[in-house]
Ligand binder design. Structure first.
Ligand code: SF4
Length: 381
């Protein structure tokens, strides 16, 4: 085990970085405006021992709901996920201990305004309210300018460059209460991106996570591969396990995270250095306030069931809960689905195959999967 060497930051009554224990966090999976369900999520995660709990907001109604959740769970260390509407920061900061923004999403609002000014605004808000920040870079929504500079096969350099650039922006503003995350659904890319970033900026605390890891046990295995490789190298100050689970079982993300940390600290390594993409690979998101239909969780589980017959084939199927991240996050999959309120969009690679009702989609998926398997067989003959 290499010792960690990052600086300390404070998130409410939790400190991460330095020699502090690695904090375990998660996120509410329900629509934020479903106040009772969101309070229940926070309660479940607190009971499971979450150090920090993230809630996404996208509009003023989400902000109002967050205020009610804060009143109901006054002791939780809450993080707000700003998603695309960064201007909501001033409204939500009074309720939370940390703001998370995605550099790739700062482009959507006020396109004419320089990103540096938007970051300055976020830092001012964080300072006024004593909030920490996270620069959260995701493979599926990287700053487009960074993508233009490298070949299509290189998804790691744009993520690392974007995180480094935003870190310098925060440094230039004299703000050091921030951490960084670099997430991908591929554990190997999570390892590579975080190792590269940590080499350049060992001072910055890192939030680790394999995004859209999917359902247990596969999602746990992918997460374990990345965490074992990174934490033993002294990389990682807080972790989030992202699993597709029924809402009442969300606390399992915390239990799995603590188990992995405990195993690492006691030298019980259960995975291999690199994740092997052999056989059918199903990736699915953990759901969040943007989930378009709660039937998404059942859909992901049903996809897993009906595709078992294809488990020997090297095919990736992605199932995502919303239209915002769904299209981008499914681009690299052989077959991708993303949910709308009353239908599910189906893609093959980047090509749309149309949309289908929740009753129709599994049958159509099966047809497309059979077609794909047939085509792969022909290539082998
Ligand atoms: S794909 Fe959409 S619903 Fe799923 S976690 Fe990402 S933003 Fe939330």
């Amino acid at each position: 085990m290499t010792e960690r060497n990052s600086r300390e930051i404070r998130i409410g009554n939790v400190r991460i970085g330095g020699s502090n224990p690695i904090a375990v966090q998660s996120m509410t999976a329900t629509k934020t405006q479903d106040i009772d369900a969101t309070i229940r999520q926070v309660e479940l995660l607190e009971e499971a021992g979450a150090d920090v709990i993230r809630i996404a907001v996208d509009n003023p109604k989400d902000v109002a709901a967050l205020g009610v959740v804060r009143q109901a769970r006054p002791n939780a260390n809450l993080v707000v996920d700003l998603q695309e509407n960064y201007r909501l920061a001033e409204k939500v900061a009074p309720f939370v201990q940390k703001l998370r923004y995605n550099p790739g999403h700062l482009y959507h609002l006020e396109r004419e305004k320089p990103v540096r000014e938007k970051v300055r605004y976020l830092v001012e808000i964080a300072r006024q309210h004593g909030c920490a920040m996270r620069i959260g870079v995701n493979a599926g929504s990287v700053d487009p300018e960074k993508l233009d500079k490298v070949s299509k096969d290189d998804s790691i350099t744009p993520m690392v460059e974007s995180a480094l650039e935003h870190s310098v922006m925060l440094d230039d503003l004299g703000f050091d209460q921030y951490c960084v995350s670099l997430k991908d659904s591929d554990p190997n890319k999570v390892i590579d991106a975080n190792v590269l970033f940590a080499e350049r900026r060992p001072d910055i605390p890192l939030h680790l996570g394999v995004t859209e890891a999917g359902m247990p046990p596969d999602g746990v295995i992918k997460t374990r591969v990345a965490f074992e490789q990174l934490i033993t190298r002294g990389i990682g100050d807080t972790i989030r396990v992202s699993l597709t689970l029924p809402f009442e079982r969300k606390g399992e993300e915390i239990a799995v995270g603590r188990q992995i940390l405990d195993d690492i600290h006691n030298g019980r390594f259960r995975s291999v250095p690199r994740f092997e993409h052999k056989g059918l690979n199903i990736i699915s998101c953990p759901s969040c306030s943007r989930v378009e239909n709660e039937a998404f969780i059942d859909l992901a589980q049903n996809v897993k069931e009906i595709t078992r017959y294809a488990k020997e084939h090297d095919i990736t199927i992605a199932v995502m809960g919303c239209r915002v991240n769904g299209p981008g996050e499914t681009d690299d999959a052989d077959l991708g689905m993303w949910c709308a309120p009353s239908f599910v969009n189906l893609k093959r690679g980047t090509q749309s195959l149309g949309h289908f009702t929740y009753d129709e989609i599994l049958g159509r998926l099966r047809l497309e999967l059979d077609k794909l398997i047939g085509e792969k067989r022909k290539v082998l003959v």
